[in-house]
Design a protein around this ligand. Structure first.
Ligand code: NI
Length: 155
């Protein structure tokens, strides 16, 4: 009986102006393998998060990742991180050319000289996912480019 009245209360608060609902907080229960939860708890404790905060971050990451993969028409903000060999002939010029060609989505770039050969280039991208992916694909195929990583955030 108490359970039933609680449900009615929840329904009412969704329709009414309950501040908790307006803030958009929902509680839910999930079932996960014990070992996964154990590792999760151990890691988040070290990072200083509680479960709610950590799950929110994980959900946001999931949604970002999902829209990145599925939504060709969408917009994204993020970084493109490249590891490359700066001694590869013509590569730095090519990297600069691509950035100029796609200047509508390339906002800024940072170059770090890692060692004798390797450079790290971090490009901040903002715009159509379709274009961001095109830039990544153009850079990926270049000789001397060792690794490309795309990171997006939700705005
Ligand atoms: Ni360098």
């Amino acid at each position: 009986m108490a359970h039933k009245s609680r449900l009615i209360y929840l329904k009412k608060s969704f329709n009414g102006r309950n501040p908790m609902v307006r803030k958009g907080v929902s509680r839910f229960g999930v079932s996960v393998p014990f070992r996964l939860l154990l590792e999760f708890d151990r890691k988040i404790k070290r990072m200083g998060y509680d479960r709610s905060k950590a799950i929110q971050i994980a959900m946001r990451d999931f949604l970002t990742e999902y829209s990145w993969k599925m939504n060709e028409m969408g917009l994204a903000i993020g970084t493109m991180t490249l590891l490359y060999d700066h001694k590869t002939k013509g590569l730095e010029e090519e990297l600069t050319e691509v950035q100029h060609a796609y200047r509508s989505i390339v906002n800024s770039a940072m170059h770090v000289h890692l060692d004798e050969r390797n450079c790290l280039l971090v490009i901040v991208v903002k715009g159509k996912i379709r274009l961001i992916r095109k830039v990544a694909e153009e850079l990926m195929g270049r000789r001397g480019v060792k690794q490309i990583k795309l990171t997006t955030v939700m705005s």
